[in-house]
Design a binder for this molecule. Structure first.
Ligand code: GRF
Length: 212
């Protein structure tokens, strides 16, 4: 049996997607992946507390900790290499990844966005801003997009989408709750599927990490 894919999960907030993914993987007899590291740019009370409770290493990483993008990139690459990370899963990480990390891990970084990209994505489109914009535009539906990460915000290739209706009396809060519940169903499925794909394609170099 192959070693499970080693995931670094990046979360800046409450970490509910982190919990959903970890919960699903933990419930499997033979999980294709394991979350070995939780990274945040801030103290991420929810995500970090959950990680500590479940024996997952936590690490702070923020561009603010470095003078230059190059230093940020070097620290990011070292973080992946020392832990043998194969795949990065972004779940509410509120900073851009170092470009060097994005370039080294092309095709192995997932992100989730609480709307149907390419609509309602890009810089500044996060949290309640997304749902406010969806309601202001009079959309009849919204949803969730899981996509691969490139150097820009929310522009990488879409892997999966799922939809929810926008109801006439929706507020940003009620819509956000409906979308988040859908995220918790979709994201674990996609992470598992991508991890299985990586294992099946035998993309792991012997004894080493993919992201290098
Ligand atoms: C989610 O809505 C996700 O789509 C977005 O950030 C939020 C993170 O929520 N990228 P949580 O921390 O997983 O609860």
């Amino acid at each position: 049996m192959m070693e499970p894919i080693r995931i670094a999960l990046f979360a800046s907030g409450q970490g509910s997607n982190f919990m959903a993914i970890h919960g699903r993987l933990s419930s499997m007899d033979d999980p294709p992946a394991r979350i070995v590291l939780c990274v945040s740019n801030n103290p991420a009370p929810g995500a970090f507390e959950y990680a500590r409770d479940h024996g997952i290493e936590t690490l702070r990483l923020s561009p603010k900790m470095f003078e230059t993008e190059e230093e940020y990139g070097r620290a990011g690459l070292a973080m992946l290499a020392t832990r043998g990370i194969d795949m990065i899963v972004l779940a509410g990480f509120m900073r851009k990844l170092p470009e060097a990390v994005v370039d080294a891990c092309t095709g192995r970084i997932l992100n989730i966005h609480p709307a149907l990209l390419p609509k309602f994505g890009g810089r500044g489109m996060y949290g309640h801003h997304v749902h406010e914009a969806v309601l202001a535009a009079g959309e009849g539906e919204s949803g969730v997009t899981v996509h691969l990460v490139d150097r820009e915000y929310d522009t990488g290739p879409t892997i999966a989408q799922a939809r929810v209706p926008v109801l006439p009396d929706d507020t940003p809060e009620t819509l956000a709750a409906r979308v988040l519940a859908l995220e918790h169903r979709l994201y674990p499925d996609v992470v598992i599927e991508q991890a299985r794909k990586l294992l099946a394609e035998r993309m792991l170099p012997p004894g080493g990490a993919i992201c290098q």
